[in-house]
Ligand binder design. Structure first.
Ligand code: FPP
Length: 253
């Protein structure tokens, strides 16, 4: 059975994907949003417990206005289009981030889908929207001390005060688009996550690649800070093999 239960994805590369096709950047986001539907389905098929997708960071406000409003529009469109499928598949949906800064009708739609799925027992699907990892930790800390002014905070206390504590730690973080950064995403939850960076741009990302990454990563023994030379050697060999199969002969991460 796979040890990968919670996957978080930075869906990067939409703009470059579109520019290479001489199309406006927003075209990449439009294509990218249809990939979101495919990957949600694949995550469900794979039996994952949680899938968290980084759809809009607090830094993304600095993008051109039409790009920002396209991303808001795509979120709304996705929810309207997928609401039924989310319900039928018993998916528990939530948006994490500073949702109050979004357009009112989008806030209402988010609340509606969250409420409709509040008792769902299947995949926990989370969109990080207007989200920042540091801001989440600061918010959680402030909220803890507001209720517990005289108590010393523990790691469990902080974990419980995050936006969506029930999804727990991230087991695997995938970033598409070739950059190797975590960009202020799920900083607390990713303390022991396996990190996987693929050059594939998000609009080209497929359920097949997604499943392949999960399979390959789940056979690595996860050591959580322990040292085991046998395992370390096995991991390097497995990693070299994986690089070869994904990036071609001689490739190295
Ligand atoms: C990064 O690509 C991607 C984003 C900032 C947004 C991700 C959004 C989607 C995949 C579509 C939204 C879908 C829903 C359902 C909300 P980039 O534009 O930074 O790409 P670049 O690095 O090539 O410029």
């Amino acid at each position: 059975m796979s040890s990968i239960k919670h996957v978080a994805i930075i869906m990067d590369g939409n703009g470059r994907w579109a520019s290479r096709r001489f199309r406006p950047r927003i075209w990449g986001h439009v294509r990218g949003s249809s990939v979101v539907s495919d990957i949600v389905k694949a995550a469900d098929d794979q039996g994952l417990k949680a899938l968290t997708l980084y759809a809009f960071s607090t830094e993304n406000w600095s993008r051109p206005l039409d790009e920002v409003s396209t991303l808001f529009r795509l979120l709304k469109k996705f929810l309207l289009k997928e609401k039924q499928r989310i319900l039928i598949n018993n998916i528990k949906f939530k948006v994490i981030g500073e949702v109050q800064n979004l357009p009112q009708e989008t806030i209402e739609l988010i609340k509606e889908v969250e409420l409709l799925t509040v008792n769902a027992t299947g995949l926990h699907l989370t969109f990080a929207f207007n989200y920042g990892g540091r801001a989440e930790i600061v918010r959680a800390t402030n909220s803890f001390f507001e209720s517990n002014p005289n108590k010393a905070m523990t790691e469990d206390d902080l974990s419980s005060a995050l936006y969506r504590p029930e999804t727990g730690d991230v087991d695997l973080m995938i970033r598409t688009g070739g950059e190797q950064r975590i960009s202020n995403f799920m900083l607390w939850q990713m303390a022991y996550a396996e990190l996987y960076f693929t050059p594939t741009k998000w609009p080209d990302f497929t359920p097949t690649e997604f499943k392949k990454i999960i399979e390959r990563v789940s056979i690595r023994e996860r050591r959580f800070g322990n040292v085991n030379s046998q395992t370390a050697l096995g991991q390097s060999l497995e990693k070299a093999e994986l690089n070869k199969s994904v990036y071609g002969k001689g490739a190295n991460l």
